[in-house]
Design a protein around this ligand. Structure first.
Ligand code: T6T
Length: 325
């Protein structure tokens, strides 16, 4: 599903409805009391195929363990919308919350308070400034993925040139780490001129506008790294609208269906796909350990895979994100 504020709202309610019916009905007592553990998954934003794919992993792992899952997500990737969800979930007292915090600073206090209230908190995907309260934090190697994106752009433009980054918002830990990895690569290579990062607020239309304006200012840009699904979708649109698809190489983070379509069409040259289902599965495992009072792994790093038109029908296929489980 393409994310607009309207479809995101629809997706939020659909996902919530789906999650209620997806409560797993296993029999194995996993909680310390022997009751079915109650887990809540709070997405970064509803309707984003990255979190849908993560939910598929969570649902499967919860079903195996006999835990129930309630899923909720804000209509936008925005801490002012996510915080009230956290507060109401805390009031409903689940055994554990799996959450992708939307901002490193704004979500720190609400999540620390959840942990202080006795709820086990597992951070999946993004993190906060000080995650010490969390039972576990599970995320991709985002910095490594950003560096891999730079290497892909360099392969596509061996002579170098001007490169730009389109991200979401500052304070999103994952995207910030990807930008840092890309920037490190670009600044260390004298044949490239790093034009910096611009923020699209997770809105493809805004990303397209930023790219058009950047091309008007620097018509000789050779590459753009777009740091997540929505930045990448909009970047490709902007480049196509400017008629520059033969000049500007695009590497996008993530592998949503719309991004894969752009890859097949040749507007985008490479995607750095994450492993969201694995993040979700491991998130459930860590949450259940924490609920049982067992020791947890404080930090888990998951991998990424570069998808290109060449490997899309082979090894790359399994990395494409899902629109439903
Ligand atoms: O890139 C993912 C996720 O890792 C990031 O934290 C937010 O954006 C996505 O959900 C993709 O839209």
């Amino acid at each position: 599903m393409k994310l607009t504020p309207q479809t995101a709202l629809l997706a939020a309610s659909l996902l919530t409805a789906a999650s209620l019916t997806a409560c797993a009905g296993g029999t194995a007592p996993a909680g310390s009391t022997g009751a079915q553990p109650k887990l809540t998954f709070i997405q970064g934003v509803a309707g984003d195929e990255f979190y849908v794919s993560m939910q598929c992993g969570i649902n499967a792992a919860a079903k195996t363990a006999g835990a129930t899952i309630n899923t909720q997500g804000p209509a936008k990737f925005d801490p002012t919308l996510q915080k009230p969800i956290v507060d109401s979930v805390v009031a409903s007292r689940p055994d554990a919350i799996l959450i992708a915090p939307t901002d490193v600073a704004a979500m720190q206090a609400p999540l620390k308070a959840a942990a202080a209230a006795g709820i086990k908190v597992v951070l999946v995907d993004t993190t906060v400034q000080d995650p010490a309260f969390a039972a576990s934090s599970i995320a991709s190697d985002n910095k490594g993925g950003g560096l891999e994106a730079f290497k892909a752009i360099k392969n596509l433009n061996p002579a170098g040139g001007k490169v730009l980054v389109i991200s979401t918002d500052p304070g999103v830990s994952t995207a910030d780490a990807r930008v840092a990895g890309f920037e490190e690569g670009a600044k260390a290579d004298a044949s490239f001129e790093y034009l910096g990062v611009q923020y699209s607020h997770n809105d493809p239309a805004e990303a397209a506008k930023l790219v058009s304006a950047a091309l008007a200012k620097d018509p000789d840009i050779v590459g753009v790294f777009a740091a997540n699904t929505f930045a990448a979708e909009g970047t490709a649109t902007g480049i196509r609208q400017a008629g520059k698809q033969n000049q500007v190489k695009i590497v996008g983070f993530d592998a949503g269906p719309a991004q894969v379509k752009q890859l097949k069409e040749g507007v985008v040259q490479a995607l750095i796909a994450q492993e969201p289902a694995s993040i979700g599965t491991q998130g459930v495992e860590q949450a259940l350990k924490a609920i049982k009072g067992e020791s947890t792994t404080k930090e888990i790093q998951t991998g990424f895979k570069q998808i290109t038109a060449e490997n899309l029908s082979g090894v790359g296929a399994q990395y494409v994100y899902k629109s439903s489980c």
